[in-house]
Design a protein around this ligand. Sequence first.
Ligand code: SF4
Length: 487
Amino acid sequence: MEKNKYFLENLTDFTQPLKLVADIAELYALKYSADLLTVKYIIKLKKRLGAVELTILSAGEVLFAKNIDLLEIPEHKHKQQVKLSLFLAFRQIFPARKIAWGILRGVRPLKLVSKLLKKFQEPELVRSYLIDNYALTAEKATLAIEVARAQNHLLAGYGKQDISIYIGIPYCNTKCSYCSFPSSLLPNQAETIEIFLQTIEQDIQNVLQLTNEYNLNVACLYIGGGTPTSFSETHFRKFVDILKRYFPRTVKREFTFEAGRVDSLSKLKLEQMHVLGINRISLNPQTLNEKTLKLIGRQHSLSEFYKWYYYVKTNYPEWTINADIILGLPQENIEDVRFTLSQLKEFKPHNITIHTLAFKKGTELFQDVGRYYQVNTLSQMAILASDFMQKLNQEAYYLYRQHYILGNLENIGYAIKGYECVYNAMIMSEKFTVLGIGPSATTKIISDNGKITTFFMPKNVETYISEIENLLTKREQLFRNAIKKQE
Ligand code: SF4
């Protein structure tokens, strides 16, 4: 028996029963909460003819017992039914813990919601289905339906020939304390960066050869990271020259450049982006509280952020500006979030993405997970943010979740109508091919029958460079196979 956690007894013939229980137990933070350190839970799942007995005991006392009737339920739904019962049992045992998304887990909850909308047509039926079968709260069910409808509407004009390209630059000038991205510090040696840029160029050539051959339309080009603007001005110019060679101004509808941290910007870099023909930029303060910027390891002050924000807005008025903020940053309370939101109201970016802090292994903050587990406060922050967005006429149009997201919440992209980021919606829908260039970039090739073929570039920059020939051959083969199946 594993101490201080839960114990499974009489496992049934479910595949991965441990995972089934672990998924639910994790939602209730059994691993994290101090009050459970001295308590052991015994969860019994026993299969009988057409039913499963579920019993949860603690210190010899039965906390919950139920006979889950499976006779009327199709076999492929048995597992989900047991999961739901287990979830409802925990909800009864720990009534104070609000798990708003119920048993709907995974990064892209809207995929299921979109399918249900297609099946039932009526949003009200979908809402009831999500509440009854996945134990979503009424608020989350409504949110999921609204966002799924907005996302579907945004993508309605795109077809199977429309794809996106992502180019990931894995470097940053310093590391933020919450960062879980596979980014590294910008190397000092110019030669290392030159080699990296040559490899990126090779990767771009390979991707464009395929898009040309298959007559695909690059609807969105997204330069992300890391921080793509972290290059020195000399290397930035070289990077932009590569992009100019391969992406003439006319081929894309949406060309986004992430300039996440304003301390990496310069007037020259912005001018080069302008010449390149970008039409969206991300300037991501994450918070507008000076004290928090320091705590999370940002090297710039608030006044620097404002200076650059207004510089971009004044000099490049045709660009759509996105600003990201994060809920749940260390030592931020609801008033801090209110302050950040009120500042956003002042300078009105077209697009605001509201993230909730997610802990991932490898981050400094992960070590301190218990301290930041404050579900109710986070929910209030999310409600406050959503109210602010309404006042700003920003509508939610994409949504995703992460594994260790605080408060079991979600990340939501908001935009003023007409300023949505199509790339974000495409990537979340998994209905459009996205070709990923650079270390740790993901490629998803969508076949005509909806099958998804995934390919990951290695996270390690040295491996990416040394293995590039093999990697390109592998991605190309996968691409050709997936596309061939369409013919
Ligand atoms: S800027 Fe982004 S990628 Fe770079 S360290 Fe900070 S969170 Fe990580």
